[in-house]
Ligand binder design. Structure first.
Ligand code: NAD
Ligand code: MG
Length: 387
């Protein structure tokens, strides 16, 4: 054992999870050190982070953004690498102890994959890695003695609640969902939703893609699939309940009827910190519940009619194989099109359904096949929009 800080590679350092991770590290009193930072095109923020954190290395995955940046102020000793493949090459570095996988979308799978291949502990925010390639990713982790620790708040809650009993005593897992900004909207109102409205989440501050996913409830669909692979559950063991306050982050129900829940204010710093400090805990900077104020916790069943994404998530969790990769890519492309004003909010889920049904399903794909289908599904979304 050395008493050096635990070195953390932060993939997607300039995003919402990345910024929260750097806050957790800064407040860790030397327990952790950010040794690698990556960003796609926000080089201004990345340069500022490099100046304050002084990592060993930074990676810019978009070469054009790097070319346009004046790097003269990059501190001595900080190496600059450019291009998407650089993420894969740095995460295996011998000095790295934990890799925080917080790139958004299917682009995050590359870093998750390389880190697991190198036997690293991965603090996984990028749920898309498990949605796309759950069985392959978890097998890779097992084969390389690598560990995946959840950062997604629901999965962190389940992971914590699972410590209250034996695996064979688990009856089911209940994922909570805030319901998003349109929980009470009618189908007609959902058709009129604007980009601005979809980006205003009632309880969580997050990047734009996951914020839209939270509004369609596709985020919960992706989390059902994520939970299925991460905890090796049967799809029928995964339930969803709407809980608008986002205080209970998820629950595990045991065979005797006991339900163990994890509670805390909606603040990603806590699940991030727990993934870094596991199996231990320390005080940290996450927000606390204030028990001197009135606190109400409400629950209601989700509406599968108005929020068709949920059914899609359960179906894809049952199908496995290539279904996750197709759903994930179709959704990413559909969300990007919605944000660009090319697709209606209510069209996001039907587009995903159409492309999922159309694809050539394979129950046991390889990783290349998943990337190929990722490209195919995106093209199909473009085709749908042009027609
Ligand atoms: P974000 O959009 O705020 O940040 C994304 C980060 O990824 C940025 O650093 C960006 O530079 C980088 N990036 C974007 N495209 C890239 C590409 N093609 N190649 C390499 N890097 C790229 O996203 P976020 O909200 O921080 O979410 C990150 C991941 O964490 C997502 O998978 C999301 O589902 C998951 N997650 C986020 C939250 C949250 O509270 N924000 C909660 C749970 C899970
Ligand atoms: Mg979540």
């Amino acid at each position: 054992m050395t008493d050096r800080p635990t070195n953390v590679a932060v993939l997607g350092a300039t995003g919402s999870i990345g910024l929260n991770t750097l806050e957790v590290i800064a407040a860790s009193e030397g327990r952790f050190r950010a040794s690698v930072l990556t960003a796609h095109n926000n080089t201004k923020t990345l340069l500022e982070q490099a100046k304050s954190v002084k990592p060993d290395c930074i990676v810019v995955t978009d070469p054009q953004s790097s070319e346009k940046t004046d790097w003269s102020q990059l501190p001595d000793g900080v190496e600059l690498l450019v291009g998407p493949e650089a993420v894969g090459s740095v995460v295996g570095g011998g000095e790295i102890d934990i890799v925080v996988s917080a790139i958004v979308g299917s682009a995050g799978l590359l870093g998750t994959w390389a880190a697991l291949e190198a036997g690293k502990t991965v603090a996984l925010a990028n749920k898309e890695s498990l949605v796309m390639g759950g069985p392959l990713v978890t097998r890779l982790a097992r084969d390389n003695n690598a560990r995946i620790l959840p950062v997604d708040s629901e999965h962190s809650a389940v992971f914590q609640a699972l410590q209250a009993g034996r695996r064979e005593e688990v009856r089911r897992v209940v994922l909570t969902a805030s319901g998003g900004p349109f929980r009470t909207h009618t189908t007609e109102q959902l058709r009129e939703v604007t980009v601005e409205e979809a980006l205003a989440h009632p309880t969580w501050q997050m990047g734009p893609k996951i914020t839209v996913d939270s509004a369609t409830l596709m985020n919960k669909a992706l989390e059902i699939i994520e939970a299925r692979w991460l905890f090796d559950l049967l799809p029928d063991q995964i339930g969803v309940v709407i809980h608008p306050q986002s205080i209970i982050h998820s629950m595990v129900e045991y065979i005797d009827g006991s339900i163990i829940a994890q509670l805390s204010p909606p603040d990603m710093k806590l699940p991030i910190q727990y993934a870094l400090s596991w199996p231990g805990r320390y005080e940290g900077v996450a927000e606390r519940l204030n028990w001197s104020e009135v606190l109400s916790l409400d629950f209601e069943p989700p509406d599968f009619e108005r929020f068709g994404a949920l059914g899609l998530g359960l179906e894809v969790a049952r199908m496995g194989g290539t279904a996750g990769s197709v759903l994930n890519a179709a959704n990413e492309a559909a969300v990007a099109a919605f944000l660009a004003g090319q697709l209606g909010f209510s069209d996001i889920v039907p587009v995903c359904r159409h492309i999922l049904d159309k694809h050539d399903f394979d129950s046991d794909p390889g990783i290349e096949q998943l990337f190929e289908l990722d490209r195919w599904a995106r093209q199909e979304v473009s085709r749908w929009i042009c027609n």
